[in-house]
Design a protein around this ligand. Structure first.
Ligand code: CFM
Length: 540
């Protein structure tokens, strides 16, 4: 078919839609958009956060996954109980590579998977009794300070009230027990689960204990989950820069740290999609300003550190940060110089959850690689087009998710900066409470695809013949059978960290090995040897 450069983005879009029935094509055509940047950074609308058309093989996950696995999962001292059939608990057991490093006296429940193991009996007669028993049993064994309960699909269908069970058990055990109605079917993807988890953590944990530490420049990092050790690298950087990280939501985190997080004077946001609710709510209730950062890519890390230093505004901090960046960049530049010529001009397609498809573009730019097309699985319009499109219309799905009403706390609200100071920061180019989205950072004519599916992924290979495809395990082997390397950007193919300076170096080296390996040229798919596959049924 087409070679890259001979296919225009409009032709590519047409090819992608070609095989669909008219109604499906109409729907998908609003989610496949040719990027165009106009005045005031305005970009075309990308229809997103809508239901996947039944029958299409999507790469999305469920609401339970977003709530349990993504946002609360990485917090090691909350005992997490899945209320549901055993499969949900089992398949969410240590499958996301969120690492943690407890000290000797802290609780760490992350190696465990606890489930109420619902059977027919509970589905028919109700599961609340079994849930109570499970909480009590778990409490007697582990003596945790907090227990969270996650609802799976059947819980909502039969109407178990996990919240009243949680209240009763809080009273009985004298610890913090809270439940979440994060049934898998709620919302259209895991994104709904992020919102539910944000609400639960905000209501039940944040601000429940005073912060006991000290530090001149105190901040929280929101939306960083320590996949492959990313948070460890960032913790190293903050420490070297004299920045006090009170809490990360929620990589390498504890509920104790979350409780004390209102003591921070700044919230920095990595993954906007999964945690923007928390940033907004903490700003309203406690007066903590937030801005977006990106620690993926050495240049982006330096830029984000400079942003933090200018926010606090102390010359001493600014100098420390500059000195640190200079020292770290030496090795970065050395490695990049060697690798750059081998990767320059290579092409990438990238489809990841709700923020990495944006963040990793910076790393590829540093290597001189070109992102032809990118998209998210479950992001909303603001992640594509920027927060200027907010507020979005409430639809039949977002209506299912509670929107907390948050006001300034009469006791603990404390503005960190005056409106004039905030204005000054904005004039300096620090975009306070803002995210400009992925599309302004992409080339015009690149193809932005929401909720890409299996059929389209394979079509894209034929159309663009990219040097690298970035996605996850669901795509990996299908793509590699075409002789094109796939880098997993969810779990990092068991590698990492890729954040910060050391992470960038790791990434440069791994991408070099992957893209320039000769092995891909030797691969032959079965259909290349014999274009017509012949099979028999076993009874024949
Ligand atoms: Fe945020 Fe994430 Fe992502 Fe996400 Fe995820 Fe993930 Fe992801 Mo997989 S919180 S949106 S729900 S950055 S698990 S660490 S890699 S899809 S792009």
């Amino acid at each position: 078919m087409f070679e890259y450069n001979t296919v225009t983005p409009d032709e590519a879009k047409k090819e992608l839609l070609d095989k669909y029935p008219a109604k499906v094509a109409r729907k998908r055509s609003k989610q496949i958009v040719v990027n165009k940047i106009e005045e005031g950074d305005s970009v075309p609308e990308v229809q997103s956060n809508i239901r996947t058309i039944p029958g299409i093989i999507t790469q999305r996950g469920c609401c339970y996954a977003g709530c349990k696995g993504v946002v609360i999962g990485p917090t090691r001292d909350i005992l997490q109980i899945t209320h549901g059939p055993i499969g949900c608990g089992y398949y969410s057991w240590l499958t996301r590579r969120n690492q943690t490093k407890p000290n000797l006296v802290e609780d760490n429940f992350m190696p465990y998977s606890l489930s109420t193991d619902m059977h027919d009996n509970e589905i028919i007669f109700g599961g609340e009794k079994k849930l109570k028993q499970a909480i009590e049993e778990a409490y007697n064994i582990f003596k945790p300070k907090a227990i969270s309960i996650f609802s799976t699909c059947p819980v909502g269908l039969i109407g178990d009230d996990v919240h009243s069970v949680a209240r009763a058990m809080t009273q009985k055990l004298g610890i913090n027990v809270f439940g979440m109605s994060c049934e898998g079917y709620k919302g259209v993807s895991q994104s709904a689960g992020h919102h539910i988890a944000n609400n639960a953590v905000f209501k039940n944990i944040v601000g429940t204990k005073a912060y006991k530490g000290s530090g001149k420049y105190k901040l929280n990092m929101l939306g960083e989950y320590n996949i492959g050790g990313d948070s460890f690298e960032l913790e190293r950087i903050f420490e070297a820069c004299d920045l006090t990280l009170i809490c990360t939501f929620s990589g390498n985190s504890t509920q104790v740290a979350m409780a004390g997080s209102p003591a921070a004077d700044l919230n920095i946001v990595m993954c906007h999609r999964s945690i923007n609710y928390m940033a907004d709510m903490m700003e309203k209730k406690y007066g903590i300003p937030w801005f977006k950062v990106n620690f993926i890519g050495a240049e982006s890390t330096a830029k984000s550190l400079r942003k933090i230093a200018s926010y606090f505004g102390d010359q001493e901090l600014i100098d420390t940060v500059e000195k640190f960046i200079k020292a770290e960049m030496e090795e970065v530049v050395k490695v990049k110089k060697e690798i750059y010529p081998r990767l320059q001009g290579k092409t990438v397609l990238m489809y990841v959850g709700g923020s990495r498809a944006h963040h990793y573009q910076d790393l590829f730019k540093e290597l001189g690689m070109k992102v032809i097309s990118a998209g998210y699985e479950f992001a909303h319009r603001d992640d594509y087009e920027g927060r200027k499109v907010l507020p979005l219309k409430i639809d039949s799905d977002s209506r299912n998710i509670e929107e907390l009403e948050v006001n300034a706390d009469p006791e603990f609200y404390r503005p960190r900066k005056t409106p004039e100071e905030i204005q000054k920061l904005i004039e300096m180019g620090i975009d306070m409470s803002e995210y400009k989205g992925m599309m302004v950072d992409m080339d015009e004519g690149s193809l932005v695809i929401d909720d890409v599916n299996h059929h389209e992924s394979e079509m894209l290979l034929e159309l663009y013949k990219p040097d690298l495809f970035c996605a996850g395990i669901k795509e990996k082997y299908v793509i590699q059978k075409h002789g094109i390397p796939l880098k997993q950007l969810h779990n990092y193919d068991y590698g990492g960290p890729y954040a910060g300076f050391k992470g960038a170096i790791n990434f440069y080296k791994e991408i070099d090995q992957l893209v320039n390996s000769k092995v891909w040229g030797y691969l032959k798919a079965p259909w290349q040897d014999s274009p017509q596959l012949i099979a028999n049924y076993v009874w024949e």
